[in-house]
Design a protein around this ligand. Structure first.
Ligand code: ZN
Length: 216
């Protein structure tokens, strides 16, 4: 099974990606991971990638698409794969279509984890992190034992500067604008599945498994 997982930032996409890949024994292919590995290897490509990521810019399609194509040629992708963070826009979705056609394959499932805006804001606004050891908390869903202090090292927790409502809403608007054309592209192919993302981790996961198992 060849899967694309889409979802708003803060909507629990990473957790679901991990669960799906473990459950079905397929590789989790994330462009973020590919970039980090290339940078670590210190190749020419890696150096070029870091010139963009260091400035917080998007890595150009020319590089990104080539790297995804290369990754999908690995043996571990024969049984299928899950793409996370790619395609990012309609142009990349079309490029992926070409990659698949060249392999005589196709994407079978596209999942959008749809989380209401208010819930994403609440999740992100309540986030607290430990500046020393990196442990993360949520004031309501995963509070530390002592209010405002890290369980692991006792350091006062902080609310990250970009975890503010206005910034979150801006990020969501931009995300929705670039994602809508991708959704339309896959809706037209009849492989888009919207998943209600306002429940718990297990609830979201079981909706996805029901669809994947039902299609076998
Ligand atoms: Zn800590």
């Amino acid at each position: 099974m060849r899967i694309i997982l889409l979802g708003t930032p803060g909507g629990g996409k990473g957790t679901q990606a991990k669960l799906i890949c473990e459950h079905y024994g397929i590789p989790h292919i994330s462009t973020g991971d590919i970039f980090r590995r290339k940078i670590k290897e210190g190749t020419t490509e890696g150096k070029e990638i870091s010139t963009y990521t260091e400035k917080g810019q998007l890595v150009p399609d020319r590089l990104t698409i080539g790297l995804v194509d290369e990754r999908l040629k690995n043996d571990d992708c024969q049984k299928g794969f899950l793409l996370d963070g790619f395609p990012r826009d309609k142009k990349q979705a079309e490029a992926l279509d070409q990659i698949m056609k060249a392999k005589n394959e196709q994407i079978n499932f596209v999942f959008l984890i749809d989380v209401p805006k208010e819930i994403i804001v609440e999740r992100i606004m309540g986030r607290r992190v430990c500046p020393k050891c990196g442990e993360s908390y949520h004031i309501k869903y995963n509070p530390p034992k002592v209010t405002g202090e890290c369980d692991v090292c006792g350091t006062p927790l902080i609310h990250r500067a970009d975890d503010q409502e206005e910034i979150i809403l801006d990020r969501l608007t931009i995300y929705n604008q670039t994602t809508e054309p991708i959704l339309e592209f896959y809706r037209n192919k009849g492989i888009l599945h919207k998943i209600k993302g306002d429940g718990g981790i297990q609830d979201i996961f079981s909706q996805i498994v029901t669809i994947l198992d039902g299609a076998k």
